[in-house]
Unconditional design. Structure first.
Length: 704
């Protein structure tokens, strides 16, 4: 194996990466005897997905990591056939030896045996080749089953349990899902003195809940789902308690669920649902569940597209190009009937002439009178890019909101045929005239858009509680072995839409910064919040830049940050709205502004945003689809007097953005091409910003 020097191009300097080769989901996160163990999906044979095994690393602080030998390695027979791969799962320490897997490690002063505390990994065995196992189990090709392995030397060496698989197949009602049955998360439930397992029927969007006395024999207790973001594949679930507002008498339970495809951007995403758990059944809080068939209370329907016998011109809309004379269509007839999630029968679609129709469809003008515009959307991911819109390079397939001749909001599809709700905050334009325009100037794969049920309301139409509003946070897993008040999560910092292609070598993929989770009451609603673990501060340098501006005037203000810290740093911003419309920071910029990553707050759109349209290399994705560039937002309403706080972590190939309360996170990979150009600039757009406080700290490498 080629050994890494950890200074390759794009190698993260304070995020975990494998020494070499491919990595995806974090697995088996467990804290024991002062050590944080992190296992992870790993390919020992290359830097794309395959030969899935469990890599292993340890840390005493969640910051500095030591790589250990592979824990569980893909099994291949003498003919080269892959017999078993080790998919995602969890790990526990069986302190009471309920499993009977402990061994004697010595004698006490009375001559009695002292037993180990076995570490037990619970994982999905995936069998690409049909065979009969040595213990007599008949294995079907593609079967996914749950298995265990154990270690009596704190995770250094592992033994597979000879009774595997411990759960060979899904319940009889789902017998046909034997190849989509995976990702067990296991924990000890003290009130019932049992082990609890949650795992997914991935294609059914269902979580199964099992219990056990011994980690070997399991009883199905209940199932949960589908709820909220109920499409794509559900993967990598976890279930855990947290205290509300640090009150140990006010406990709630949270389910985390990975979704792919169909995340908040396109491809991969992670949602959470808050509720209660009694040892058998998880019940979601009614306030945390969103019915896709219900529009917000008090909504005004602007267009429902039910008039399938009419043209858009009949409805007051205007078509150009191939959409002149077209109109709403019956959803059941579009794209071979693949469209799902529509309300009523009709939808607006640009799927014409076998997906090659191009042009625009513009709505009649209207006066914005409510705070939100919401709509259902599906289709391909081809975002509106202001730098290329209207040029020969324009590839967009989007719906945009135009106010005073300017695009102020845009939304593209999520690479699915399932309509999902999206909402725009438009409170900043109340009383102004606007119109919507659907643009499809692309004939590439899935280059079409479906729109349904456009409504105006004073509250948004929630679809899911997204844990991260960026494109690169998936398969989030939490640590066993920590107190409830110290619940810590790590996510895979990548996206299946392009994960195998990102321009890194000799490794591929990184983990997010470990984040501490909590439940906080914000605006009368209990919310899951997160912040980077406090131990990250051990990497911070002394202040590189600190300044307060009573007023930061319109324009850009360059900040001098010395190398190498201009490519790895923490930027903390506090500010209040002035006369401007946007404020933030430009990172990794060159003199010509052809390379930059822009992060800030949009006062009119009421959102935190990350703009990576010009962040650097995106040539690794399909030129027609261009699934990497984008403008990512997280709505966070504020009042004119509110102090807004953003904390930004910049590494060699990523940014992670958190608001001050931890209710919003945006994680995004970036791949700057011009490494010598790493200017830092503050900007205030459209006017001044008040009470600006800026603090920049360097972040030292964990690999030195």
């Amino acid at each position: 194996m080629v050994q890494s020097c950890f200074n390759e191009e794009y190698r993260p300097q304070f995020h975990f990466t494998p020494e070499n080769n491919w990595m995806n989901d974090p697995n088996g996160l467990v804290y024991h005897d002062g050590v944080y163990h992190m296992f992870y999906q790993y390919n020992p044979n290359g830097n794309t997905w395959g030969y899935m095994s469990w890599g292993h690393a340890i840390s005493t602080d969640l910051v500095q990591w030591k790589h250990l030998p592979i824990a569980l390695e893909c099994e291949v027979d003498s003919n080269g056939n892959v017999m078993e791969m080790f998919f995602s799962g969890s790990a526990v320490v069986d302190v009471n030896n309920t499993s009977g897997l402990a061994v004697s490690i010595g004698k006490d002063r009375n001559g009695k045996d002292i037993f180990s505390q076995p570490m037990v990994a619970i994982y999905t065995s995936t069998y690409p080749t049909a065979h009969t196992a040595s213990n007599g189990h008949v294995i079907r090709q593609g079967q996914q089953s749950q298995s265990i392995a154990f270690s009596n030397d704190n995770g250094l060496t592992w033994t597979k349990y000879n009774g595997n698989p411990i759960i060979p197949s899904p319940p009889p009602d789902y017998a046909d899902q034997y190849n989509q049955f995976r990702d067990p998360f296991v924990f000890w439930h003290t009130p019932t003195l049992k082990w609890i397992m949650v795992l997914t029927l991935a294609m059914k969007q269902i979580i199964l809940i099992y219990s056990s006395n011994n980690l070997k024999d399991w009883t199905l207790e209940s199932q949960f789902g589908p709820y909220n973001a109920r499409f794509g594949e559900w993967e990598c679930p976890s279930l855990f308690p947290l205290y509300v507002d640090d009150n140990t008498a006010a406990e709630k339970w949270i389910i985390l669920i990975g979704i792919n495809p169909g995340g908040v951007i396109a491809g991969s995403g992670t949602q959470s649902i808050i509720g209660s758990f009694d040892g058998k059944t998880f019940v979601a809080d009614p306030s945390d569940v969103y019915d896709p068939a219900k529009v917000p209370c008090g909504s005004t329907v602007f267009q429902d597209f039910e008039a399938t016998s009419s043209t858009f011109e009949d409805l007051g809309w205007t078509g150009t190009g191939d959409f002149v004379g077209s109109g709403p269509r019956k959803a059941s007839t579009v794209n071979g009937g693949k469209v799902k999630g529509y309300l009523g029968n009709g939808i607006m679609t640009t799927y014409l002439f076998g997906n090659i129709g191009t042009g625009t469809i513009a709505s009649p003008k209207f006066t914005i009178s409510k705070d939100y515009i919401s709509f259902l959307i599906a289709g391909g991911y081809y975002p509106y890019n202001p730098a290329t819109a209207g040029t020969p390079e324009d590839k967009q397939v989007s719906i945009t909101l135009v106010v005073d001749g300017k695009v102020v909001h845009s939304q593209t599809g999520t690479n699915t045929e399932t309509l999902v709700w999206r909402s725009w905050n438009v409170a900043g334009w109340i009383g102004q005239e606007a119109y919507l325009i659907i643009t499809d100037v692309n004939t590439g794969p899935s280059a079409h858009l479906h729109i349904d049920e456009i409504v105006f309301s004073d509250i948004p139409k929630d679809e899911a509680n997204w844990n991260d509003f960026g494109p690169d946070y998936y398969a989030a897993a939490t640590y066993n072995g920590l107190p409830t008040s110290e619940r810590t999560v790590i996510g895979w910092m990548n996206n299946w839409a392009y994960a195998n292609s990102i321009p890194t070598s000799t490794w591929r993929s990184a983990m997010s910064i470990p984040r501490k989770l909590a439940l906080k009451t914000i605006d009368n609603k209990v919310r899951l919040v997160q912040q980077p673990v406090s131990s990250l501060s051990t990497l911070y340098t002394s202040s590189l830049y600190s300044r307060n501006f009573s007023v930061l005037e319109c324009g850009e203000t360059k900040v001098n940050v010395p190398a190498p810290y201009n490519t790895r740093m923490k930027v903390a911003l506090k500010f209040t709205r002035g006369a401007g419309i946007k404020f933030g920071v430009i990172l990794c910029s060159n003199a010509s502004n052809t390379q930059e990553t822009v992060i800030g707050y949009d006062f009119l759109g009421q959102n935190i945003f990350v703009d990576r349209f010009k962040s650097g290399n995106s040539s690794f994705v399909d030129s027609e689809q261009n699934a990497f560039p984008g403008y990512f937002i997280a709505t966070m309403p504020t009042k004119s007097t509110d102090v807004i706080e953003l904390n930004i972590l910049l590494d060699w190939s990523s940014v992670e953005v958190f608001d001050g309360k931890g209710q919003v996170a945006i994680t995004s990979q970036i791949f700057p091409l011009d490494h010598g150009a790493a200017d830092v600039k503050l900007f205030s757009e459209g006017g001044s910003t008040r009470s600006v406080s800026v603090s920049i700290l360097g972040i030292n490498s964990i690999w030195k």
